[in-house]
Design a protein around this ligand. Structure first.
Ligand SMILES: N[C@@H](CCC(=O)N[C@@H](CS)C(=O)NCC(=O)O)C(=O)O
Length: 203
């Protein structure tokens, strides 16, 4: 059985959501942040980086949300409900691009914005993060277009990471100019599996 090491508050909620969408059996181990909003030292006993999400199964200890999503899909999505089959190489490649884009490109400027909002200062950082955030939110909104989800009409595993960075942008007050992203976030978070994840992992 999979154990998910879940740190409140953070991106591992989106891993709980995936497990719920996939109907997987799992144990949830919940950690609370310390006074500096960092992970508690116990998480380092699980994985040397001491960050979350981390999953464990048998001897496998796996970090990085994108890698965890790929593992969960390989294990539980044999009907390709959440990702195109590898046989459709172009569709699978596009899916991979959107799967890795949130952590690879979108998160960093949002993090800078978050740190600045907490009182940090550095010349040039604010304008860098503002430009990057509008670049990425514009890119996501344009890919979304009139569609319900990031890869089209159907929900896919690429939506977990995209919904995470969009929700972070929302928390940072960055979605005012992007009504379609607000609607997208509402659509994702209204999914029954997301509600179950919140019930198990937040409340
Ligand atoms: N790139 C990693 C990032 C993991 C990460 O930074 N997680 C945050 C929670 S959202 C964390 O554990 N922060 C606590 C700390 O660094 O002390 C991923 O995609 O999983």
């Amino acid at each position: 059985m999979i154990t998910l090491h879940h740190l409140r508050i953070g991106r591992s909620l989106f891993t709980v959501w995936q497990l719920e969408e996939l109907g997987a059996d799992y144990d949830l181990k919940v950690y609370l942040r310390d006074a500096n909003f960092r992970a508690p030292a116990e998480l380092k006993e699980i994985h040397p980086l001491g960050k979350s999400p981390v999953i464990e199964e048998g001897g496998l200890v796996l970090s990085e949300s994108g890698a965890i999503t790929s593992y969960l899909l390989e294990k539980f999505d044999d009907q390709n409900r959440f990702a195109p089959p590898r046989g459709d190489l172009a569709a699978w490649a596009k899916f991979s691009q959107w799967l890795h884009y949130p952590e690879g490109s979108v998160f960093a400027p949002l993090l800078i914005n978050m740190l600045l909002a907490r009182g940090g200062e550095h010349e040039g950082l604010a304008s860098f993060s503002a430009k990057e955030i509008s670049l990425h939110l514009g890119h996501i909104a344009s890919q979304l277009g009139e569609n319900d989800y990031i890869l089209g009409h159907d929900f896919s595993a690429a939506d977990f990471g995209i919904a995470y960075v969009v929700s972070l942008a929302d928390r940072l007050g960055q979605l005012e100019a992007y009504p379609s992203l607000k609607q997208y976030l509402a659509r994702c978070t209204q999914r029954p599996a997301f509600a179950r994840a919140v019930e198990k992992a937040v409340e």
